[in-house]
Design a protein around this ligand. Sequence first.
Ligand SMILES: C[S@@+](CC[C@H](N)C(=O)[O-])C[C@H]1O[C@@H](n2cnc3c(N)ncnc32)[C@H](O)[C@@H]1O
Length: 244
Amino acid sequence: MLNYDTLFSDYIDKISDWTFDAHVTKVFSEMIQRSVPGYSNIIAMLGMLAQRFVQPDSQVYDLGCSLGAATKSIRRNIKVTGCNIIAIDNSPPMVKCCHNSLNSSQTSTPVKVIEADILDVPIENASMVVLNFTLQFIKPIDRLRLLTQVYSGLKTLGILVLSEKISFEDTNIGELLFKMHHDFKRANNYSTLEISQKHSMLKHVMFTESIETHKARLKQAGFKHVETWFQCFNFSSLIAQKQV
Ligand SMILES: C[S@@+](CC[C@H](N)C(=O)[O-])C[C@H]1O[C@@H](n2cnc3c(N)ncnc32)[C@H](O)[C@@H]1O
């Protein structure tokens, strides 16, 4: 059973910056499903994308893996041999829980869980790389370098899946979708106080950008083929493919 998230339900006198600490780790599965519209769909679809795009004798990278939801969906759906998945996160409690939960079931595709900064890890021989709501926590100044590393490490026809909370160039629509996201959270039992306290905590650590900015950066990193494959309110997922 999932642990119910009540972390920020009481008034917090002095709001600190958001961290993926042991408290967040404990409730994370529940928290992300109640907070990110379409999260479960994206996780399931990552499995379908893996079936289509993971190539024999290649590697899959789950960058910012948290508890390994994307890794598990991909692992269940890899149909080719000789692959392995590398799941990376820099939060020690996330890595510990991810490791324990992945080891509880045996499958033919091995998974290595690594505690590291994704900016420091080389990407090699990859046919699929996933950044599922992780790039938003990387400083904008470091994003091109990371995406260029991803592009260089991908095999021809390999894909990057980039899911992000997004902002909008049209501020009217942006405000509407921002409010609809809060409606979604309220419908999932988060109070106005919880929503506002979490928003304040994330303010200095999560930096959203528009789809147009993400697409332009992906092209700058080398991807010629980039498109949105999922969007719900202000949450979106892009697919970028490396071609010759
Ligand atoms: C919103 S969660 C990602 C959710 C996860 N990908 C999933 O699909 O369930 C963001 C994760 O990125 C990790 N993270 C943030 N910055 C990182 C960095 N520089 N290197 C490695 N992991 C990072 C955080 O610790 C956190 O677990």
